[in-house]
Design a protein around this ligand. Structure first.
Ligand code: ZN
Length: 140
């Protein structure tokens, strides 16, 4: 029965995070995650990020360059949550990259090589250019 609860529920912003696969346990300490923000990053508020900040920044720079070059908002390339997950899991192959929530077949094809190159220490701007050049020639 939804009845009362459904009616009395305040008109909050629509929940738009359903598409994002959410972790229910903290990746750091394993305790249950209670807030949406915690689930999104897969970590409780007490556990520090486990990613390399410089690498995460490189991924963000790459994402921005790709977004600009292809005229899409940055989150369309990858959301912050996905980018964080990539930085934390450090995929070394497309197969590993594909395991990450938010990385589907299309994104893997478009961005996989670029992400892996940046993870391997490639220059974000250059990798974004290569990525976009490849997309331009691809028959979408
Ligand atoms: Zn934790």
């Amino acid at each position: 029965m939804l009845g009362e609860q459904a009616r009395s529920r305040p008109k909050a912003k629509p929940v738009r995070e359903r598409r994002v696969a959410r972790a229910s346990k903290c990746a750091g300490c394993g305790r249950d995650l209670t807030t949406a923000a915690e689930r999104k990053v897969g970590r409780c508020a007490d556990c520090p990020p486990t990613y390399d900040v410089a690498q995460f920044e490189a991924l963000k720079a790459w994402r921005l360059a790709v977004a600009r070059a292809t005229s899409v908002p940055a989150f369309v390339v990858f959301t912050d949550a996905t980018l964080t997950a990539i930085a934390e899991k450090r995929p070394a192959s497309e197969a590993q990259l594909r395991q990450i929530a938010g990385v589907g077949t299309t994104k893997l094809e478009r961005y996989g090589a670029g992400v892996l190159a940046v993870m391997a220490g490639g220059d974000p701007e250059q990798e974004a250019e290569k990525c976009c050049a490849a997309m331009g020639s691809a028959d979408d």
